[in-house]
Design a protein around this ligand. Structure first.
Ligand code: NAP
Length: 261
């Protein structure tokens, strides 16, 4: 058993989550792997036990199902070996809003928003008591770009960014590191699962490059990591613009332009 904190990765059966599992295993961390496809998780666990000599537990769970989500929450609350949560499981619903249906939209929000929030909420109090721990939330650049035409998916990812920034402010001073990772198009199964062909897209990043870059940001204790963004100054300027508004958002009178003549 490793002396390093164990890492619980949701959505570890493929793509970004499976790659996080691989990278944390190579760093010598024990793992708890969560997803619906138990066979794929077991195959990954076998490989990582063999190749990295770490301990791996598999938890088969559908995070949109209450009893399964509650099991993973309990694990995060009770298993003191877990010191890092990678909140990665997610899905996309593509196409115009007017063609989308309430069932898939509710499932999307249940996974990308509700499950992610509840798992962070299950881990955070224990991490705060320990004075250490980390939560990595996988957002998306779509959360910054309504122009991309994925309104509900993007809104779930805007939520992830906001939540991560808020939790960073609350938990950071208590020793808990919170990072939002905002990938752009990355070659994983999410495209096929949502009915798109990744091979028709330009500028697709390979998943290993994405996760390795995100981990550079993690090691630097970044709050927001946008692996494809060449100029970090653009993000800083965006943040500075938002923060400059803050003193002006709470005023007792309507702004001049809204006053009736
Ligand atoms: P992926 O290969 O489809 O992986 C999604 C993972 O989530 C799988 O392990 C899947 O496993 C799991 N999952 C899906 N529904 C689940 C459920 N109901 N309960 C539990 N686990 C569930 O896609 P990915 O690209 O790696 O996605 C990982 C994260 O990256 C997502 O949050 C996604 O929004 C984000 N992201 C991806 C891209 C991109 O272009 N790929 C860009 C920006 C952000 P099972 O099917 O076994 O449950």
């Amino acid at each position: 058993m490793s002396t390093k904190p164990a890492v619980l990765v949701t959505g570890a059966s493929s793509g970004i989550g499976a790659t996080y599992a691989d990278r944390f295993a190579r760093r010598g961390h024990d793992l708890v792997l969560v997803a619906r496809d138990g066979q794929r998780l077991e195959a990954l666990a076998d490989r990582l036990r063999r190749e990295a000599g770490i301990a791996v537990d598999v938890v088969q769970a559908d995070l949109t199902v209450e009893a399964d989500l509650a099991r993973v929450e309990a694990r995060l609350r009770e298993d003191a070996r877990i010191g890092v949560l990678v909140n990665n499981a997610g899905a996309a619903v593509l196409g115009p809003f007017v063609d989308q249906n309430s069932g898939p939209l509710a499932a999307l929000i249940a996974l990308n928003v509700t499950a992610l929030t509840r798992l962070a909420n299950a881990a955070a109090p224990r991490f705060v008591r320990a004075g250490t721990g980390a939560i990595i939330n996988i957002g998306s650049v779509v959360g910054l770009a309504p122009e991309l035409g994925m309104s509900v998916y993007g809104a779930t990812k805007a939520f992830v960014l906001y939540l991560s920034q808020g939790l960073h402010l609350e938990l950071g001073p208590k020793g808990v590191h919170v990072q939002a990772v905002l990938p752009a198009a990355t070659r994983t199964e999410i495209w096929e699962r949502s009915g798109a062909d990744v091979n028709t897209l330009d500028n697709v990043m390979e998943v290993g490059e994405l996760v390795d870059a995100a981990l550079v940001g993690f090691d630097r204790r970044e709050t927001v990591t946008i692996p494809p963004l060449p100029d970090a100054g653009q993000w800083s300027a965006y943040e500075a613009g938002r923060q400059a508004m803050l003193p002006n958002l709470g005023r007792p009178h309507a702004a001049e332009r809204y006053r009736a003549a």
